[in-house]
Ligand binder design. Structure first.
Ligand SMILES: *Cc1c(COP(=O)(O)O)cnc(C)c1O
Length: 396
C-alpha cells in the first residue's frame, strides 16, 4: 500500500468540511425523526421543535429574534430574496438601489435582472484595497433610493467593509440596509442592532455546516414579499417542506462557530499572516490583493506577475494543494475576476491571481509546504514565459 497522497485544502471560501458534531446532530432527522413539521401528530412535533431550536441558536449569535430568521435553500436564494422582494414591496416609494461592483454573482446578477425590470442600480466603486468609499455612497443616495446592499466581507480578496458606518448612513436616510454576510458569518462577530442591519444573508456550508441551506435575517417591520409561494412554512414567506436535517445542521454549525470563533480565528489570522509574509518576501514580483488588516481571518489573495493563474492552480493540485483563482463561479471562464478589476488591477495581473483560504485544521507545516510549492511553480512558469524573459532583459 502506498502512502496516502497529501491533501492541503485551502479553498474554504468555496466551501468547508461539515464538522463531525454537526453531522452527528443531523443524522437522527433522516432516519428516525423524519416527520413533516407541518403534520399534527405527536411524532412530527420533534421536527418542528428542532427547527425552533435552530432558529434560536442562529438568532442568539446575531443578537436577533428567532422569528426574524427565515431559512432558505442557499446563500444565493437569500440574496435573490432580499433584493427582488424588497424591490417589489417598496416600489411605490422608489426604484433606486445602491450596491457595489465587488458583490458576489448572487447580488450582481440579481441587480442586473432588476435593471431590466424597471429599477435603477448604482454600482459603487471601491478603493485599491476593495473598501467602499463612504462619501460616494452618500452622494449616490436619492429620494427614490429604497435599498443599500453591501457585502460584509468579500469572498475573493477578503476585504471587510465598514458595515456599521454604512448601516448608520442607511438609517439616517430611512433606507433599508441588506448585507451579504455569507463569508463573514461565523468568522466575524456580528450584531444586527449595533450594525443597523435590516437584512442579512448567510449560508451553512461556509461555516462547517451542510450544503443547501441558508437563511435571510429580516428585521421585524421590514415589508418583504413572500419569495416562494405555497404552504405556510417560514411564516408564509418561503413555502416548501423544511430541510429539517439541514436546518438542524445549520443551528449546530452556527452555535459551534460562535463558541470556537475566538480561538479558531486567532489561529487562522496568525497562519494567514505567516503565509502572506513569506510569500511576499520570498517570491519576487508578487502583490497581496485586498487590505492588509481589514480582511477575513482566513483569506490570502496574491497576484504573481508573469504567471497564468490557471496553470498555477493545476500545478498546485499536482502537489495536493487546493486553491482558487477567484470565486468558484468564475473558474472555467477566461474573464478575469470583476473584483480584481474593480480594485484597479490590469487584466494580465488579475489573470495571475491565487486565493488561498485557511481552515482551523491547517498547520504551520502545511503553510511551509505550500510556500515551497508556490516558489517552485512560480519560478518554473516564469522560466517558460517570453514576457518574463523580455522583462528580465530590459531590467538587468
Ligand atoms: C458562497 C457565497 C454565496 C452563495 O452562497 P451559496 O449558499 O453557495 O449559494 C453568496 N455570497 C457570498 C459572498 C459567498 O461567498
Amino acid at each position: 500500500m502506498g502512502e496516502e497522497k497529501r491533501l492541503i485544502y485551502l479553498d474554504n471560501a468555496a466551501t468547508t468540511k461539515t464538522a463531525p458534531e454537526v453531522v452527528e446532530a443531523m443524522l437522527p432527522y433522516f432516519t428516525e425523526l423524519y416527520g413533516n413539521p407541518s403534520s399534527v401528530y405527536n411524532f412530527s412535533q420533534k421536527s418542528k421543535e428542532t427547527i425552533t431550536k435552530a432558529r434560536e441558536q442562529i438568532a442568539a449569535t446575531l443578537g436577533a429574534q428567532p422569528e426574524e430568521i427565515y431559512f432558505t435553500g442557499s446563500g444565493t436564494e437569500a440574496d435573490n430574496w432580499a433584493l427582488k422582494a424588497t424591490a417589489e414591496a417598496y416600489r411605490s416609494k422608489g426604484n433606486h438601489i445602491i450596491t457595489t461592483k465587488i458583490e458576489h454573482h448572487a447580488i450582481l446578477h440579481t441587480g442586473q435582472w432588476l435593471e431590466k425590470h424597471g429599477f435603477e442600480v448604482t454600482w459603487l466603486d471601491v478603493d485599491e484595497f476593495g473598501v467602499v468609499k463612504l462619501d460616494e455612497l452618500k452622494k449616490a443616495i436619492r429620494p427614490t433610493t429604497i435599498l443599500i446592499s453591501v457585502m460584509f466581507a468579500n469572498n475573493e480578496i477578503g476585504t471587510v467593509q465598514p458595515i456599521q458606518e454604512i448601516g448608520e448612513i442607511a438609517k439616517e436616510h430611512g433606507i433599508l440596509f441588506h448585507t451579504d454576510a455569507v463569508q463573514a458569518f461565523g468568522q466575524l462577530p456580528i450584531n444586527v442592532d449595533e450594525l443597523h442591519i435590516d437584512m442579512l444573508s448567510s449560508s451553512a456550508h461556509k461555516l462547517n455546516g451542510p450544503k443547501g441551506v441558508g437563511f435571510l435575517y429580516i428585521r421585524k417591520g421590514v415589508k418583504i414579499r413572500s419569495f416562494v409561494h405555497g404552504g405556510a412554512q417560514e411564516r408564509k414567506r418561503r413555502a416548501g417542506t423544511e430541510n429539517v436535517p439541514g436546518i438542524v445542521g445549520y443551528g449546530a454549525a452556527a452555535e459551534r462557530a460562535a463558541r470556537t470563533m475566538k480561538e479558531r480565528t486567532d489561529k487562522e489570522r496568525e497562519l494567514r499572516d505567516y503565509l502572506i509574509n513569506r510569500v511576499l518576501k520570498e517570491v519576487p514580483y508578487t502583490r497581496l490583493n485586498g487590505h492588509r488588516t481589514k480582511r477575513l481571518p482566513n483569506n490570502a489573495n496574491f497576484s504573481f506577475q508573469f504567471v497564468e493563474g490557471e496553470s498555477l492552480l493545476i500545478m498546485l493540485d499536482m502537489d495536493g494543494i487546493c486553491g482558487s483563482s477567484g470565486s468558484a463561479c468564475t473558474s472555467g471562464s477566461l474573464d478575469p475576476s470583476h473584483v480584481l478589476l474593480a480594485i484597479g488591477l490590469p487584466h494580465e495581473i488579475a489573470h495571475g491571481s491565487l486565493r488561498l483560504t485557511l481552515s482551523e485544521e491547517i498547520t504551520r507545516e502545511d503553510i511551509d509546504y505550500v510556500v515551497e510549492s508556490i516558489k517552485k511553480i512560480v519560478e518554473h512558469l516564469r522560466s517558460m514565459s517570453p514576457l518574463y524573459e523580455d522583462f528580465m532583459k530590459r531590467n538587468h
